[in-house]
Design a binder for this molecule. Structure first.
Ligand code: FAD
Length: 317
């Protein structure tokens, strides 16, 4: 997508005023549903069952981010605890001992209190710890999402601390950040689960590769992860990156259960099923909840076709 348009959409993703306006448009719901599994836990569970039945794994995200309010962070924890108890019966199925877990939840530390004044890191750590404890009991993996670059140091330090108690905790690294190749090397030890994505935020050239350099960095990071001793999670819809992931995994002598591919709900569904048909492990990132605005705007910024879908819905009302 042309850079000024992408930058504008990503700036709009953070506007509370536009969020309020978009939420009031009845037509928005129809388009949002393409990327979001519904507003309720029940809807998320029904979609999760369908995805698991198709042979894919899932990672569920309770939508929300950037809270500065500790009671809202507590409400997010409650939503995850309720979700995890409902997921326990689904999580046990098809799980080989020690193998990949088919059911995962994804967390954003900014939804768990990371931005609460004064004590945000401690609050986010304690909240994430509660969720990780419940996930462990339910047989569900947890991965911590990556947000904008100002949060990376704090997020990775909270993840390192949590890993003391939950060694299988996953984390996301963004290939567009110039620091990420070194983070991949640092975090590719035994048991470490790293989801590598390109990165979805508007980041300045002082910290992030731009344009084609992002793809080149993605492949370099993938090589580090595939040659490391952790469990790489290749999160991309880009056919060239998927191809690179499969090639580098084969070159590193990895079996098909020693890494996985990941795509977002509603994106390249046919391709997801084709890859599963080739016996590839593929996990779908499934967001649900009422706070879909920021997530949805980042999807619009990624691809002209996503924006076109939205504009078509606007004009067809
Ligand atoms: P792009 O560069 O967007 O697209 C490259 C090519 O892929 C396109 O030219 C096209 O051929 C194909 N393609 C892309 N989208 C489509 C589509 N809709 N339909 C058909 N073909 C398409 N970002 C974060 O910053 N933090 C996170 O924690 C995070 N978690 C993620 C988790 C998962 C599982 C995934 C898949 C992505 C996540 N992202 C996250 C988003 C990610 O950073 C990218 O913004 C997003 O995946 C788009 O990049 P891309 O690699 O798919 O390729």
């Amino acid at each position: 997508m042309p850079s000024p348009l992408r930058t504008g959409l990503l700036a709009a993703a953070r506007s509370k005023r536009l969020e309020r306006m978009a939420s009031r448009l009845p037509l928005t719901r129809k388009v949002v549903d393409r990327f979001v599994a519904g507003e309720t836990e029940q809807q998320a569970l029904a979609t999760s069952r369908d995805i698991l039945d198709s042979g894919r794994f899932i990672t569920i995200d309770h939508l929300g981010e950037d809270t500065t309010n500790s009671s809202q962070a507590t409400a997010t924890v409650s939503a995850y605890l309720s979700l995890l108890s409902a997921l326990a019966p689904l999580a046990g199925r098809d799980t080989a001992a020690g193998g990949p877990r088919p059911v995962e939840v994804s967390l954003k530390l900014s939804a768990l209190g990371q931005f609460v004044a004064a004590d945000g890191d401690r609050i986010a750590l304690e909240n994430a710890h509660k969720i990780c404890t419940a996930a462990e009991e339910a047989g569900v993996w947890v991965t911590v999402d990556a947000e904008d670059h100002t949060t990376t140091d704090s997020t990775l330090s909270i993840v390192r601390e949590l890993r003391g108690d939950f060694p299988q905790l996953g984390t996301v690294l963004q290939a567009y950040l110039t620091r990420t190749e070194a983070d991949c090397a640092d975090l590719s030890g035994p048991g470490s689960r790293i989801r590598l994505c390109k990165g979805a935020y508007a980041e300045p050239a002082s910290v992030a590769h731009q344009g084609d350099a992002v793809d080149e960095a993605y492949v370099r990071c993938l090589r580090v992860l595939m040659n490391g001793r952790g469990y790489p999670m290749v999160a991309t819809h880009d056919p060239a990156m998927v191809e690179a992931g499969l090639r580098l995994a084969a070159e590193a002598g990895r079996g098909t259960d020693e890494y996985e591919l990941q795509m977002l709900y509603g994106i390249r569904d046919t391709e997801q099923l084709r890859l599963v048909g080739q016996q590839r492990q593929l996990r779908v990132y499934l967001p649900y909840g009422t706070e879909w605005y920021g997530y949805f705007m980042r999807r619009l910024a990624e691809k002209p076709a996503n924006l076109a879908l939205f504009l078509r819905a606007l004009t067809s009302q």
